[in-house]
Design a protein around this ligand. Structure first.
Ligand code: BGC
Length: 491
């Protein structure tokens, strides 16, 4: 189809069967942090320690109360008419210490039943209402017991994660057909283990992100193989990993050095994970050479970026059934050596990142700048770099500050522009995009920003013990889009 960006068709109809979803994550919505024997996770520990690491020292002990208010969430899902609902399992609600050993020894243990029943009900209710569940096994909330044993820094976690994944596939896989192993390993490796502003709050600058990314990739691949060999035949589902991807543009579009710098940032943020998994089991060459050279200069005996063995490469290569990507925003990259104030891992690749001041701010002070066209660029990049895979956007959204007006007309405008970009990606660029999920169904606990940053389609009053869910205007508009399978009427 040929039309210029200034002459869209009046109606944007998406392909038949396109999936319209919304997403949440266990720690951000459930609450019930110690209910019915749930074990603590790293975010419980991190928030309970205080120290201003989270906005106003808030915790998600109660959050949206979804652990007891699931029926209220279901009403929202039905009101929107979602075709898909993506949520995560709380690992330590199912396995209090993170391991299956405990459960295997006490097969009818009370703790186990509570956690399983909660998710069984969610899954059954969704299916009864014609909504397809997409389950994330792990969304940032590592059981504290596992963190105490080294967490993602330890290679031992690979087996433990695989055992947990097998437990989930075996327990829920008769009904759940779409799985994500790890949510945004790239964000977690960076913020949890390199910079330390997310739980578990470790700042091993220069090594933390690479070391933990390495173990997360192996854990994902092992779990995928378990599904493939033990469950796929009977359950017939699909398994992937949800990768965060910004769009990185050159600061000076005509500078070859900046163009190369932008490519290196895409390699660091997305390809570090996607290339091994989707292409050949190994990290991008440009990262291997840059990190090795910088490590040498710094006197390290070997590169700070670990290496996969040949056997590991074989295991990792091809370990995903679709490409799950999460897009929020864009940045500009400039080639600069040893850029002052820049993260060590960006110094590794000789880059300085910027924000284009003309990009609108969604919420004052937020990292999310409104760059809807970036989502089309990311999709095209994935298509070209990863052999035109089936793509699911498992998160995309825009925050509002607190208090947030229920009439969020401006925010819906951002969503509307995003949908136009998706339409162009599908119809002009021929990207194989099949599902789009909004982040998030509900306002929820936004990690370090606590409840001050609201991404929900439904507003929640966190002061009210009943946590009423009230639709923003965006929710009603999204419901129309879902009903029409696209945008009807004047743009
Ligand atoms: C995460 C969500 C988070 C959202 C908005 C994503 O990075 O997966 O948990 O709430 O972005 O910041």
């Amino acid at each position: 189809m040929a039309f210029s960006s200034s002459s869209y068709p009046q109606e944007l109809t998406f392909p038949e069967g396109f999936g319209w979803g919304a997403a949440t994550a266990a720690y951000q919505v459930e609450g019930g942090w110690d209910a019915d024997g749930k074990g603590p996770n790293v975010w419980d520990t991190f928030t309970h320690q205080g120290g201003d690491r989270v906005f106003r020292n808030q915790t998600a002990d109660v959050a949206c109360g979804s652990y007891t208010l699931w029926e209220e969430d279901l009403k929202c899902i039905k009101q929107l008419g979602l075709t898909h609902y993506r949520f995560s399992l709380s690992w330590s609600r199912l396995l209090p210490d993170g391991t299956t050993g405990f459960i295997n020894q006490k097969g009818n243990c009370f703790l186990k039943i509570e956690g399983i029943d909660y998710y069984n009900k969610m899954i059954d209710d969704l299916l009864a209402n014609g909504v397809i569940p997409i389950i994330t096994l792990y969304h940032f909330d590592l059981p504290q017991h596992l963190e105490d044993q080294g967490g993602w820094k330890s290679g031992a976690i690979v087996e433990v994660f695989d055992a947990y994944a097998q437990f989930c596939f075996g327990t829920f896989g008769d009904r759940v057909k779409l799985w994500l192993t790890i949510n945004e390993p790239n964000t977690l490796a960076l913020l949890g283990y390199e910079v330390g502003i997310f739980a578990p709050g470790i700042s091993n600058s220069g090594t933390g992100a690479y070391q933990t990314a390495h173990n997360m990739i192996k854990a994902h691949a092992k779990a995928w193989h378990s599904y493939d060999s033990l469950f796929r035949k009977k359950q017939n589902g699909q398994v992937s990993i949800a990768l965060f991807s910004p769009w990185i543009a050159p600061a000076n579009p005509t500078s070859v050095a900046d163009q190369e710098a932008a490519k290196r940032v895409m390699a660091l943020s997305l390809d570090l994970f996607a290339k091994p998994i989707f292409i050949d089991g190994d990290y991008p060459a440009v990262l291997k050479s840059h990190v090795a050279a910088m490590s040498k200069k710094q006197g390290y005996p070997s590169s700070r970026l670990p290496e996969f063995t040949e056997e590991e490469k074989r295991m990792i290569k091809g370990s995903a059934d679709f490409f799950a990507v999460q897009y929020y925003t864009a940045r500009l990259a400039k080639h600069q050596e040893n850029a002052e104030g820049e993260l060590d891992i960006l110094k590794d690749i000789d880059v300085k990142l910027f924000i284009d001041p003309s990009w609108q701010v969604s919420q004052q002070g937020s990292w999310v700048r409104v760059v809807p066209w970036g989502i089309r660029k990311v999709l095209e990049y994935i298509k070209d770099t990863y052999n035109n895979p089936v793509i699911y956007i498992t998160e995309n959204g825009f925050p509002q500050g607190d208090p947030a007006p229920l009439d969020d007309t401006q925010r819906w405008e951002y969503f509307r522009q995003t949908l136009q970009e998706l339409y162009k990606a599908i119809h002009i660029d021929k990207v194989n995009l099949q599902i789009y999920c909004v982040w998030s169904l509900l306002d929820n606990f936004e990690w370090s920003d606590g409840f001050s940053s609201r991404f929900g389609l439904y507003h929640i009053d966190f002061e009210n013990p009943c946590r009423p869910r009230v639709p923003y205007k965006s929710a009603m508009e999204y419901a129309k889009v879902i009903r029409n399978n696209g945008i009807k009427g004047p743009l």
